[in-house]
Design a protein around this ligand. Structure first.
Ligand SMILES: [Zn+2]
Length: 316
């Protein structure tokens, strides 16, 4: 079993990427697995198949196989996760220098996730599990599981697009029945966070035996070559795997991806369109601040300053 872990910043198109990968023969996408206990099971959120988590037959079988049911492990993990896997604990996870209590709890957390991945592979019959958790803290933790074949896809989207998406107020949560809205971030804070997380993703990728970077903009504009390149870079030969991916569309069946965006519910032939509303909708002041704070990485990724074949623009 291989775990293909999508790392990156929220609102970068990870649900689309995980579903495109989950439709590959022999692969299964599970959504944002790091939310399974704290949000999805606790709040009984809807699975990608449309049914509440507690009634989804796929997740019921996974829970039964891994833990003999969800109730006990959900309570325990919802308690453990906020203590163990946090951004501020990354140095402890990376170095292993921590109190015996912390390391014991981290081992317990990782054992649960290892059992979860194995049960997902067993119930689905797939040998590639696509996890769109995105969290770099979760990824630092997962790297400690010695016999886990972890391959990293670093998904990146132009910081101005991400800032625009996080700046929109009043957007309903896809799983909400009572009008809950998505969280927001002011542009300057988002830019600092984006830079820090992108730096971590880059470090994790360069330290991993198998890693690839995918730009959201390339994925949407040129899906098949982008996926072929990424799969090759993570050591998975994509011969004949991408029949569901057209020049500007993708054919998706049902999936059991949890958490994530509304894209987890769509099925059928999906036209891929670049969401670059930020170019006209992000106010000039916010655009300048985000560009300035994230400039080194915007240049590195080819968003600013020009690069052959890139969706780029001049700084001016
Ligand atoms: Zn389901």
């Amino acid at each position: 079993m291989k775990v293909l872990y999508i790392a990156g910043v929220g609102r970068s198109g990870s649900t689309l990427l995980e579903r495109m990968l989950g439709a590959i023969p022999g692969a299964v996408n599970v959504g944002e697995l790091n939310a399974i206990f704290s949000r999805v099971a606790m709040q009984d959120q809807r699975c990608g198949c449309g049914t509440p988590f507690s009634r989804c037959p796929f997740w019921a079988a996974v829970g039964e196989e891994a833990f003999g049911g969800w109730s006990e492990v959900t309570r325990r993990m919802a308690d453990l996760q906020p203590r163990v896997v946090r951004q501020r604990h990354v140095p402890r996870m990376a170095t292993g220098v921590a109190s015996p209590t912390y390391l014991r709890e981290l081992e317990e957390y990782l054992d649960v996730h290892h059992r979860l991945y194995r049960a997902v592979a067993s119930v689905s019959g797939a040998d590639i599990v696509v996890d769109a958790s995105k969290s770099t803290a979760q990824l630092f933790a997962l790297r400690r599981i010695e016999d886990l074949d972890l391959r990293i896809l670093h998904l990146v989207r132009d910081s101005r697009g991400v800032a625009h998406s996080w700046g929109k107020a009043g957007v309903r949560k896809p799983q909400s029945a009572d009008g809950d809205t998505m969280g927001t971030y002011p542009p300057h804070r988002l830019a600092v966070l984006w830079s820090a997380l992108e730096l971590e993703c880059g470090l994790l990728g360069s330290a991993a035996p198998y890693a690839a970077r995918v730009r959201y903009e390339d994925l949407v504009a040129d899906p098949r070559p982008t996926l072929e390149r990424a799969l090759t870079d993570v050591g998975l030969a994509p011969d004949g795997w991408l029949a569901h991916v057209g020049r500007h569309s993708v054919a998706l069946g049902h999936s059991h991806g949890i958490a994530g965006s509304r894209t987890r519910f769509v099925t059928g032939q999906i036209d891929l369109r670049l969401d670059d509303a930020w170019r006209s909708a992000l106010p000039a002041g916010a655009r300048r601040v985000v560009t300035a704070l994230t400039l080194p990485q915007l240049i590195h990724y080819g968003y600013v300053g020009g690069r052959p074949g890139a969706v780029a623009e001049r700084v001016a």
